[in-house]
Design a protein around this ligand. Sequence first.
Ligand code: NAP
Length: 319
Amino acid sequence: MKAIRVHQFGGPEVLVLEEVPTPKPGPGQVLVRVRAVGVNPVETYQRSGSNPAIKLPWTPGMDAAGVIESVGAGVAQVKPGDRVYTSDTISGSYAEFALCEEKQVHRLAGALSFQQGAAINIPYATAYRALHHRARAQTGEVVLIHGASGGVGIAATQIARAAGLTIIGTAGTDAGRKLVAEHGAHHVLDHRNPGYQDQIMTLTGGNGVNVILEMLANVNLGKDLPLLAKYGRVIVIGSRGNVEITPRELMKRDADVRAMTLFNASDEELAAIHAALAAGLDNGTLCPVVGREMPLADAAKAHAAVLEPGAYGKIVLRP
Ligand code: NAP
């Protein structure tokens, strides 16, 4: 099969398309014929060598959607021909086939394309865990989705809307802001406009927001704290550097800064999250947005694109 391989850590150019043996599923494993691959920022960090656990040569990728090709002994929940999306893989998803544990594949609702399926796992599981498990958001609260135009942001917008929250979403382009509004945000602001924090206070009648889902904490965290209502919670989802904060802004409000990494979720937590996502994907309240598709061979271009400004839902690769 063809797969993207990394032989040395570095820039996007270390992603090369190669011929490798097709894996065979062992007991409890399944082989997925990959039809679409989800590209996430985390794979760019891993590719550049940030994760010492990664052993080279390596095929990146946790997220994909496709069809079960074959199953190993003892697999009971899926069979060849089933449409699935993945929540991690054993062999990497940037490939024509991906070897997975049975628990890493989930039924893909018939109404969704494979491209949409590849956009589910990391974005939606992260958004769900941030909003419900970490922020403990309550119906009627106001959430600021700070960076709502990307994979996690659009997922968070749809999940928050379904949960009855009032949503203020931000994006850096007109196209991104239109997308955020179409997917359920009540108010949409430009995080590149110097006055937008004042607009948030005006929109909330001076009370501030109850929850902030933060995609770029190194830029925003210091300015987030004065935007919080009493007992407010910031959930740090993304950060690419250091930031200074004024702790007194937290003290005044009995506020919390919490953070999360999806990799910390237990198997039980992940099972609950994917059950909740299945319900939302079935009833149509959740609907992944794919902004850009590229051939698998263009993985390097996709890695450059996913870090550029102007997000519009997900980038997916086509084997
Ligand atoms: P993405 O699709 O590339 O989206 C990035 C988002 O950040 C876009 O909405 C972008 O908006 C926004 N952004 C850019 N500048 C911003 C600013 N100054 N203030 C607020 N938002 C800004 O990436 P993603 O997949 O949604 O992931 C978002 C972040 O979360 C990444 O840093 C990623 O590494 C991290 N993440 C963490 C976890 C975890 O487990 N903790 C899981 C998934 C992702 P514009 O492009 O419209 O400006």
